[in-house]
Design a protein around this ligand. Structure first.
Ligand SMILES: [Mn+2]
Length: 383
């Protein structure tokens, strides 16, 4: 038996920093990832696709998002099982019970809206634990695993949320307890655990049978999501009584969110940064967050700004990670000698240099900005 395990599509999600045409392109890429699963499912002859929660970003979606999402799922020719997660729980306002969803839901899409066992075909079952509220007060997975027999049926548990061994938090009663999963696997009452919630591909424990697939398209920076962009192709050997599993990750994501930390103290460092940015492929599908620290002359600061302006036009987004960015700007001796000005203007420049060097908070910053602008307008080496 072979199926595709995916999760955390979070369709309808927006990223606040994406502006203009980047946001619709990103949304379209995430729908395309879903539609692309049809091709993958066919390639690997998967029997079905299971989405382990957070199919949608939330329950209050624009009608267009619901229609387009269902259309993408229609392109997957095999059954697609959707588990409601913490973002899209089966509460009174659930997207899954909305009139539009019900009217347009394709025949191959099945919402796992009932706890417990769902038969995929004789001998193969899903055991599911849908979220009914955003804050469950129990371990939903443990509840559906209790009393499940080991009777030779091939079973896949489909659940959503954190596992206690990865996110120990005694104040969170909804955490999935690894002991309950391990017990069910040891007994042979389930053979694979398809989890959702972590957007990074992650295996839990050492059985090789418990996985978070991660999100098929990146949703956050690399410090939060180390390994997004995958779906898992899972094989369960039904002929072998132990039902061994094989899990193969397929990378299908096309966007990247990367963080670069750089020390910039002179023009060489800026040239290096420029080269690094230049070499990043697929700029229109790449989001770059920069953590820059260092101390620059006014000329070099202007060169850095010009470099960042250039790449901000090329990447889907490029900007500073404020928390990790701190650049001091200090006018160097003789930096403004070649402007070809004298008299009143030269005296004003001297005053600005003195203010910039004073380090006196806002006034110093304003002076540094004014000097940088002056160099750029004067067409100095920086520009
Ligand atoms: Mn979640």
């Amino acid at each position: 038996m072979r199926f595709v395990h995916t999760a955390d599509w979070q369709l309808g999600m927006t990223r606040h920093f994406l502006e203009g045409e980047a946001q619709p392109r990103y949304s379209a890429a995430r729908r395309d990832a879903v539609a692309g699963l049809g091709v993958l499912a066919e390639q690997v002859s998967a029997d079905f696709v299971v989405v382990a929660g957070d199919v949608f970003e939330h329950n209050q979606l624009a009608p267009k998002v619901i229609s387009q999402s269902l259309e993408a799922m229609r392109n997957i020719s095999v059954p697609v099982y959707l588990l409601p997660g913490n973002h899209d729980p089966l509460d009174a306002s659930s997207v899954y019970t909305s009139a539009l969803f019900k009217a347009e839901c394709p025949d191959n899409v099945i919402v796992l809206d009932r706890d417990g066992v769902w038969e995929v075909r004789p001998g193969v079952q899903l055991v599911v634990a849908p979220w009914r509220t955003k804050v469950p007060t129990t371990d939903l997975a443990a509840a559906v695993l209790a009393d499940l027999p080991a009777d030779g049926t091939t079973r896949v548990l489909v659940a959503h949320g954190g596992v206690d061994v990865l996110d120990p938090d005694p104040g969170k009663p909804s955490l999935i307890r690894m002991a309950a999963l391990a017990d069910a696997l040891d007994r042979g009452s389930v053979h694979y655990v398809a989890l959702g919630d972590k957007h990074s591909r992650t295996t839990v424990g050492d059985s090789g049978r418990v996985w978070y697939s991660g999100s098929p398209e990146v949703t956050n920076f690399d410090d939060v999501e180390a390994d997004p962009g995958h779906v898992l192709v899972v094989d369960v050997d039904e002929a072998d009584p132990a039902h061994p599993v094989t899990v193969e990750a397929r990378h299908i994501g096309r966007w990247r969110f990367v963080t670069l930390h750089r020390q910039v103290d002179d023009s060489r460092d800026i040239a290096d940064l420029d080269l690094n940015l230049d070499l990043l492929p697929d700029k229109e599908r790449t989001v770059v967050r920069l953590g820059l620290t260092g101390s620059l002359t006014v000329t070099d600061r202007a060169a850095l700004d010009a470099c960042l302006d250039k790449y901000a036009r090329l990447f889907a987004w490029l900007g500073a990670w404020e928390r990790h960015t701190s650049i001091a700007v200090m006018p160097a001796d003789g930096e403004f000698d070649d402007l070809g000005i004298g008299g009143f203007a030269a005296a004003a420049v001297d005053e600005l240099v003195a203010a910039a060097r004073s380090g006196d908070g806002v006034a110093a910053q304003d002076a540094q900005s004014a000097l940088g602008l002056l160099l750029r307008l004067a067409g100095g080496s920086a520009a």
